[in-house]
Each structure stands twice: as C-alpha cells, then as structure tokens.
Design a protein around this ligand. Structure first.
Ligand SMILES: Cc1cc2nc3c(=O)[nH]c(=O)nc-3n(C[C@H](O)[C@H](O)[C@H](O)COP(=O)(O)OP(=O)(O)OC[C@H]3O[C@@H](n4cnc5c(N)ncnc54)[C@H](O)[C@@H]3O)c2cc1C
Length: 526
C-alpha cells in the first residue's frame, strides 16, 4: 500500500492547477490513465474567459454566463468564478502561460455568447500551450509523483471496507485502487484527500470532439462511492466535427461559419435558412439541432461545410491547422466541401460539489469537467470551462491545505481472485460500440420520451452483462472504461427522463416548453 496526502486522478488543467497550488509540504500523487498530455485540456483551442479589458465588467461576464445557462446557473457560483477569474489568469501567466499579446496587454478574442472581448488565448492551440507549461512544472515538483498509464478503478470508502450491508454509515473516502496498465497490477493507494479531476464523458456518444480518455470515470466512481450527481442531461454538442473514417474527433471551428462558410446537403442545397433566420450564424445548439434533424430526416451520415467561395489565400491564412489536417486526409478545403457531423463536446453536469470542490463523501473532491458546480446551468458559455478548472483547482488546494489529513488506515489489497483473463475483447468492443451508437441515436441532440425509454432498456441489459464481466474477470483498461461509460450513460438517461421541459441543451419533442421554475436534476445513489 502506498500512502499520500493527496491523490489526484487526472492530468488535465484541473489536476495540474491543483497539484501546483498545494503546499510543498504535502506528498502528492497524480495518476493519469494514458500519457499526461491525453486530456481535453490539451486539445482546447479557443481560450479562457476572464474580465481583463477596461471596457468589460464582472456584471457583463456574469450576465452572459447566466443567459447561456438558460435560467439554471447558480448565480452566486457564477459571480464567485467570474470575480476569481483575473487572479486565476494572472497565476497562470506567472506560471509561464504564453498568451497572445497585443500592445502592452493581452490579445483578447471574442466568442459566441460573450458580449465583450474577454478570451485569453495562445493562437488556436491554447490548451496545448498552457498544459505544456503546467505539466513541465508538475514534473519538476519534488513533492509530486506523476504516474502515467495508471487508471483508477474505484474509490475505497468506509462503506466498502465495512461491507455493503453497512447501511447508514456516512461514507468517507480513504483512497483508490489503481491499475497499472503496463504491468497489469492493481495498486492500493491510501490518501488523505482523493481528488477526481477526470474530465467529461463525451465518449458515451458515437461522435465526440473529446479524446478517448473522456469516459465519465470520475462521475461513475463518485456515484459508486455514494455521491450525488446533477444536471447530467445537459450535454453540449458541437455542430461541426470533421466526419472522416481516419479523423476521430477533429473540430472545425465555428469561426469558419463566422467567416462565411455555408452548410450544404449532399445535393448542394442549403438548409439553415429554413431552420433559423440567422442561418449559419445561429447559436451553436440551434445549428447542431438543425444538422441533426436533416441527417435523421434524410438518413445521412454527414452534411457539408463549404468555404470554397472564399479566396484560397484567405482560407489558408485564417484556418492553417484545419487546412493542413484536411489536406492530410485528402480534402482540399479551398476547393472541396468539408464533411461534418455534430459531436458531443462538453458534459455540463457531473459530481455535485460545493464552492471548494468537495463532493458528498467525506475527504473526496471533484474538480473540472467531472464536477457540477452550478456555473454552467443548462448550457456552457464558451471558454468558461477552462476557467472553472483553474478556479476550482485553486479553491480545492486552499481547502485541502487548511485541513489535517486523517491518519492512514490499513487498506485491503485488491481482490486478485479474479485471475481469469477475459479473452472476450470482441464482446467488450461490441458492447462499447452498441452503447455509443444507441446513445447517439436515442439520447443525442433531440430527445423523445420513447427514445429515452428504449435507451434505458438497452442500458439495463448492458449493465447486467458488464457486471458479470467485472465480477468474474481480471480488470483491464477497456473493461473499466466500459463499466464507467454504461453507468454514466444510465445517469444521463435517468436525468433526461426526469426533465419534462426543453431547456438549454436538453431538447425534448414531448416537452417543448419551459417550466416556470428552473430546477437542477439531482440524482442520489441508494
Ligand atoms: C476539442 C476541444 C476544444 C475545447 N476548447 C475549449 C476552449 O477553447 N475553452 C474552454 O474553456 N474549454 C474548451 N474545451 C473544454 C475543456 O477543454 C474541458 O472542459 C477541460 O479541459 C476539462 O479539463 P479537466 O481537467 O476537467 O479534464 P481533462 O482535461 O479532460 O483531463 C482529464 C484527465 O483525467 C484522466 N483520467 C480520466 N479518467 C481517469 C481514470 N479513471 N484514472 C486515471 N486518469 C483518468 C484523463 O486521462 C485526463 O488526463 C474544449 C474541449 C475539447 C474536447
């Protein structure tokens, strides 16, 4: 058994911010299931929102966030995050974040839903620039141990230690079981404060902009440890993800529509003007719904984005990365339309936490996309998510530093009796694909009660099968992820079935209107 003061699960912006904000005196372990760079944070393009300009104000950033959140944001949380943003950004700049500059200040860009220029960015690859700096610093910290290729399987709780029948016992988290995916050994980690910084759950859906790591692990682990989750029905879909067999998860920026690109059906006709008077310039969720409806109505796998009417020089200079990536795949975007489909992009809901990132179970924290803080409500405002990682990473660090870790308890080793290797990878792969496809078709951009019911039924069957696998076979990375994906999918479907209205990102054909009062969907484990 290994003992640490803090166990951080994940290596995205939330995890790195926390690791660097904890005092040097604390012994910290950071585990990440692939390489440290495998995270949504590393892939983030646009930037981070904060009030930095003299023509901007906290009130305006708060208002923009509340409008995007469709009445469901927690206003006190929004204000706290918005007001904490400039200091968090200055901290990031002190760490060495290379944001684009203009004159003697920073270049601020503007994104959909923001009434002012307030996005700090490093060209069109902000996440990579920031994470390269922070991960370098994490590696240099003497008090932090970083382990790649280590996937957390489950949290170790008092209830688990006492046996499941110990009803009524308030759960306290003591550590986690972590699989070293290279050696196949499961390690027992005891920690005063375990922190879930595991990112979102885009991989629940067939099409996603997220990296392969986004399998809802933190949400599932917290739920199994007895914590509430909230607002999981709100999944943000990005309207334009490249549709190509060899390009998983490549985002085509919305700025391309901003520069005049048109959406077309395979026969060349436009469809956006029929859906919204703003046509291609309608907000992200409206465009995603329109594309989804055309694809479903016509049985299409994709539609097309056409920017060929602009001069080639303009296209190459404005969209160098997209131009280069598409060219690698044989698509010259100066002459050809880009095949696109909407894709799951951001998980607004997650583990319910307080302003310091504390989850329900004692000693457990959840920060970043895996959490539900109340900031995003029913729809996330662009560039507020990286901000949330920063603000909550710092808040959790302060809260942890102010406490004395509980004494280490002896924790039992992982039960190695399940030594049989499952030689049924094909079954795991099949279930994985089946889940992602029906979640896309039944629980995607536009929902109906009937489709949600169907999804719920299919999930029950999958759950039984996965449960049997999990109980009987040696755990593997794929099995752990599939188990978490199925549970997260179930929580998403259950949340969606409880919302009898269309609000923000949750659109239901059976409940078209808004209820008079906006309420969180909170699920409580039995
Ligand atoms: C393509 C793309 C572009 C985006 N652009 C922007 C943008 O411009 N601005 C913005 O604000 N937001 C953007 N977002 C959203 C933003 O990037 C994410 O919300 C944010 O990075 C989440 O950070 P995180 O630290 O919570 O999780 P992540 O960065 O996803 O990190 C999660 C980490 O946890 C690890 N992990 C997961 N499960 C386990 C486990 N069981 N055991 C061990 N490790 C585990 C993963 O491997 C990963 O390292 C974008 C997202 C994508 C996908």
């Amino acid at each position: 058994m290994h003992r640490y003061d803090v166990l951080i699960i994940g290596s995205g912006l939330a995890a790195a911010t926390l690791a660097l904000s904890l005092p040097d005196s604390m012994k910290v372990l950071l585990v990440t299931k692939k390489m440290p760079e495998d995270s949504s944070s590393y892939w983030a393009q646009g930037g981070i929102a904060a009030v930095m300009g003299s023509d901007d104000s906290f009130d305006e950033h708060v208002r923009d966030t509340l409008v995007a959140g469709a009445g469901l944001c927690n206003e006190a949380v929004v204000r706290r995050v918005v007001e904490a943003a400039p200091a968090a950004l200055h901290w990031l700049i002190e760490q060495g974040a290379p944001f684009d500059q203009e004159g003697d200040g920073y270049h601020l860009t503007r994104e959909g839903g923001h009434s002012r220029r307030r996005i700090l960015h490093a060209r069109d690859a902000t996440g990579r620039a920031v994470q390269d700096i922070l991960l370098g610093r994490v590696r240099a910290r003497a008090n932090v141990t970083l382990m790649s290729q280590h996937i957390a399987i489950d949290l170790i709780t008092d209830r688990r230690l006492a046996g499941r029948e110990a009803e009524g016992l308030d759960d306290s988290v003591r550590g986690a079981y972590v699989l070293n995916t290279l050696s196949g050994k499961v390690e027992t980690i005891s920690a005063g404060f375990p922190v879930l910084a595991t990112g979102g759950a885009g991989k629940v859906f067939l099409y996603t902009t997220n990296p392969d790591t986004a399998t809802g692990d933190g949400i599932a682990m917290a739920w199994r440890a007895g914590c509430r989750v909230a607002n999981l029905e709100f999944v943000q879909f990005h309207p334009t993800c490249l549709y190509h067999p060899h390009a998983k998860s490549f985002l085509i920026t919305e700025a391309m529509r901003g520069e005049g690109a048109l959406l077309r059906l395979p026969d060349g006709s436009r469809f956006m003007p029929e859906h919204d008077e703003r046509a291609e310039l309608a907000p992200r969720d409206v465009v995603a719904r329109a594309i989804d409806s055309e694809m479903k109505k016509r049985g299409l796998d994709c539609v097309y984005l056409d920017i060929t009417h602009k001069p080639a020089k303009f296209i190459v200079s404005h969209f160098p990365n997209i131009h280069a990536r598409c060219l690698e795949l044989g698509i010259d975007i100066t002459r050809e339309w880009i095949p696109i489909a909407p894709a799951a992009h951001y998980t607004c809901g997650g583990v319910r936490v307080d302003p310091s990132g504390r989850a329900d179970a004692a000693h457990l924290y959840a920060i970043g996309e895996t959490s539900c803080t109340g900031l995003h409500g029913a729809n996330r405002l662009a560039s507020n998510s990286l901000l949330e990682c920063l603000v909550y990473g710092r808040a959790a660090a302060n809260d942890i530093a102010a406490q004395t870790p509980s004494p280490a308890l002896p924790l039992p080793s992982w039960d190695e009796s399940r030594v049989t290797d499952a030689d049924e990878e094909i079954v795991i792969a099949h279930n994985w694909h089946e889940l992602r496809r029906f979640m896309w078709e039944y629980v995607g951009i536009v929902r109906t009660s009937k489709r949600l019911e169907r999804a719920s039924h299919r999930i029950k069957l999958l759950n039984d099968e996965i449960d049997e696998y999990y109980r009987n076979f040696r755990v593997s990375n794929d099995l752990i992820e599939l188990r978490n994906l199925v549970l997260t999918a179930e929580l998403i479907v259950n949340s969606a079935r409880l919302r009898h209205e269309s609000r923000g990102l949750h659109a239901s054909r059976d409940y078209l209107g808004l209820l008079p009062e906006a309420r969180d969907t909170v699920l409580t484990p039995l």
